[in-house]
Design a protein around this ligand. Structure first.
Ligand SMILES: Nc1ncnc2c1ncn2[C@@H]1O[C@H](COP(=O)(O)OP(=O)(O)OP(=O)(O)O)[C@@H](O)[C@H]1O
Ligand SMILES: [Mg+2]
Length: 289
């Protein structure tokens, strides 16, 4: 197979799946020249964390971001979610500049963000109730999310009574009930074992297919990125820039079984080739080279 970079080949899927490439071309979120500096705590100096980044997420695509630790991935997600404002540049969602968390954007954080004092049902309905949504609609959405995420039998359980994978499902369900059109996930399966991660990946693919949402997933696991995504953006060491964007060419109906295909190995190898160099830079800096 050939693995395409969008920079060189804008529509590698068009030969056999023209309809898909048309669907994937509509811009959903756009970052233009997005740069982030932080104030250093011990001096007046500024710390360059990210960018400038130019990136367009296409409507309905599954885009993953990999990059060395500390390169600015979470900073990128914060900017895209409207939780943080870039120092420079602009972020558009559905054609409008983002100011604060826009309606239609849902975030799943790396850490388990469920409320330990609420049961599963109340955790999932929390944001809807806070927003003053009609009770019957809340119930309808929560019932759907419980069934979709396989949590129906655990609606009355408390987070402490669940496994790590199930708690993460609760967090995804909390986002799902808000019916986001853009879902941002920051290393959501980081703490899970390999086989649970693969199965959670399948759940995420099912959710992506069923909701038609655009997904941006940050992950440190190259195999996860390679398996789940339409495109994978590889970031450089800090300040993070996209050094490669790999198009996988997977069918929309894919699942974790593609990990046994030769094509998967090739995508993985391409990602690692780029990331290895960047990760060595970070390690070299840590060892004073
Ligand atoms: N609020 C902040 N104030 C100062 N520096 C920050 C702040 N947030 C992040 N940074 C710095 O910016 C850089 C990028 O951080 P970020 O959390 O985006 O990295 P990351 O790629 O998500 O890393 P990881 O893979 O370890 O999660 C880091 O060097 C971090 O120390
Ligand atoms: Mg991070």
């Amino acid at each position: 197979m050939t693995i395409h970079s969008t920079a060189r080949s804008p529509s590698p899927m068009s030969a056999d799946t023209p309809h898909l490439s048309v669907v994937q071309k509509e811009a959903h979120a756009t970052l233009s020249g997005v740069t982030r500096y932080f104030q250093k705590s011990d001096s007046k100096e500024l710390f360059h964390a990210l960018g400038p980044i130019d990136l367009t997420l296409h409507k309905g695509e599954f885009f993953s971001v990999v990059g060395p630790s500390g390169c600015g991935k979470s900073t990128l997600l914060d900017t895209l979610s409207g939780l943080a404002t870039p120092t420079d540049g602009a972020v558009l969602f559905e054609g409008r500049e983002i100011k604060g968390v826009p309606d239609g954007v849902g975030v799943v954080f790396q850490e388990d963000a469920s409320f330990p004092w609420l049961n599963v049902r109340d955790n999932i309905s929390f944001a809807l109730r806070m927003a003053g949504m009609d009770g019957a609609e809340v119930q309808r959405r929560v019932d759907y999310a419980l069934a979709f995420m396989g949590l129906k039998d655990f609606a009355r359980a408390y987070p402490a009574q669940l496994s790590g994978g199930m708690r993460q499902r609760v967090c995804i369900a909390r986002t799902l009930v808000q019916q986001p059109r853009l879902i941002l996930l920051d290393e959501p399966f980081g703490a899970l074992d390999q086989q649970t991660r693969l199965l959670m990946g399948d759940e995420l693919l099912r959710l992506w297919r069923e909701t038609s949402a655009t997904v941006l997933l940050i992950t440190h696991a190259l195999d996860e990125a390679a398996m789940l995504s339409d495109r994978v953006g590889v970031m450089s060491s800090r300040p993070g820039l996209f050094i490669d964007i790999v198009e996988t060419g997977w069918e929309r109906t894919r699942d974790s079984r593609i990990v046994s295909t030769p094509r998967f190995g090739e995508v993985n190898a391409r990602l690692w080739e780029k990331l290895r160099v960047e990760s060595l830079k970070v390690m070299g800096a840590a060892h004073g080279h």
